[in-house]
Design a protein around this ligand. Structure first.
Ligand SMILES: Nc1ncnc2c1ncn2[C@@H]1O[C@H](COP(=O)(O)OP(=O)(O)OP(=O)(O)O)[C@@H](O)[C@H]1O
Ligand SMILES: [Mg+2]
Length: 317
């Protein structure tokens, strides 16, 4: 097996807070996970879950209270890992009066590219993120979506194998989100590993090979979006049409929209329901499995976490 793109082992981070910083808040608790090469991994969690904390730890912007991490097999203590890693911060800030080309050129210097290399690299990057015509405009005139694309270009400028993006779609409209999604898919096609954090579940569902769900500083589960959603199915749904006045007990449970009825039932009642429909000469349009969306899965975890926190508070009094 090839070396994983990112390996995180028992990472934890505590922030001091309150009077004289005497209290401690655990932002990350014993987090272990792995992102494989060539994989798009979604780091999914609500506000304050610990996503940015994890990412900043990986980027060495803050330091852990325990645990370790490796990028492409190299400890993150080894600063050379920055050459292999691209990073888009949660709120990238660029000097407003520069153009996108100037900003990228500036970053390219950091990566030690020669003047001619810089020029072609910057041109290519602008093209890649769809800013080739806007490259000479000052950033203060950019829309939020365009700025985000400058951030992405900056993150991948030095051709890193591992790309870490903190909320790359946040604040973007559906079109902007799609553009960012396309860029991420392109990175995957090129064989790079992408770890991105998000609380937009549909983006994670659409893009990710695997997702890790983090709530309250703890990793609650890792799997394919399908596996995460498939944790429990919620029964079956039948969509059908039937003539008026038929004796069909099922109708009592059904909801009607126009000519069509929709009825939900536990899986074991499906055949009985189909028999009833057959008996009444109904026309069945579809039989589908009701699956919780990632959103519901996520909500359940958040609620469970709140319930647990309340229980601890109560018992602590
Ligand atoms: N510098 C800090 N000092 C004290 N507490 C902090 C600090 N940075 C983060 N925290 C706390 O750590 C927890 C995790 O924060 P983090 O920024 O990692 O969350 P997140 O998952 O990125 O959330 P969001 O979706 O809002 O960006 C939060 O409860 C936050 O209040
Ligand atoms: Mg964050």
């Amino acid at each position: 097996m090839s070396t994983p793109a990112i390996e995180i082992e028992h990472l934890s981070k505590v922030y001091p807070y309150g009077f004289l910083n005497l209290k401690k808040k655990r932002s990350l608790e014993d987090l272990s996970m792995r992102v494989d090469t060539g994989e798009v991994f979604g780091f999914l969690g609500p506000n304050g879950a610990g996503k940015s904390t994890t990412i900043k730890l990986l980027m060495r912007l803050i330091f852990p209270d325990g645990g370790s991490a490796r990028i492409l097999g190299k400890s993150i203590d080894d600063v050379s890992m920055h050459q292999e890693t691209g990073y888009l911060p949660e709120q990238p800030y660029f000097y407003d009066y520069l153009t996108a080309a100037e900003v990228l050129n500036y970053f390219a210097r950091f990566h030690g590219l020669t003047a001619t290399d810089r020029h072609t690299r910057v041109e290519n990057m602008l093209k890649k993120v769809g800013l080739e015509t806007a490259g000479k405009i000052q950033l203060r005139k950019y829309s939020k979506g365009m700025l985000q694309r400058v951030g992405l270009a900056q993150a991948i400028l030095h051709d890193p194998q591992v790309v870490i993006l903190d909320e790359p779609m946040s604040g973007l409209d559906p079109l902007g989100r799609r553009e960012v999604r396309d860029i991420i898919l392109e990175l995957k096609k090129e064989g790079r590993a992408v770890l991105f954090s998000t609380h937009i579940l549909s983006d994670a569902e659409m893009l990710c090979d695997r997702v890790g769900v983090i709530v309250g500083g703890k990793l609650r589960g890792v799997g394919t979006p399908g596996e995460m959603v498939g944790i429990k199915t919620q029964g079956m749904e039948i969509l059908f049409e039937v003539a008026e006045g038929k004796n069909l007990p099922l109708l009592a449970k059904a909801t009607r929209t126009g000519e069509r009825y929709r009825v939900q039932m536990p899986e074991e009642e499906l055949y009985g329901a189909v028999d009833q429909l057959r008996g009444a000469g109904a026309r069945i349009h579809s039989v589908t499995q009701i699956k919780p969306t990632l959103e519901e899965f996520f909500m359940n975890l958040v609620e469970a976490d709140r319930a647990q926190a309340n229980a601890v508070e109560v018992s602590g009094k």
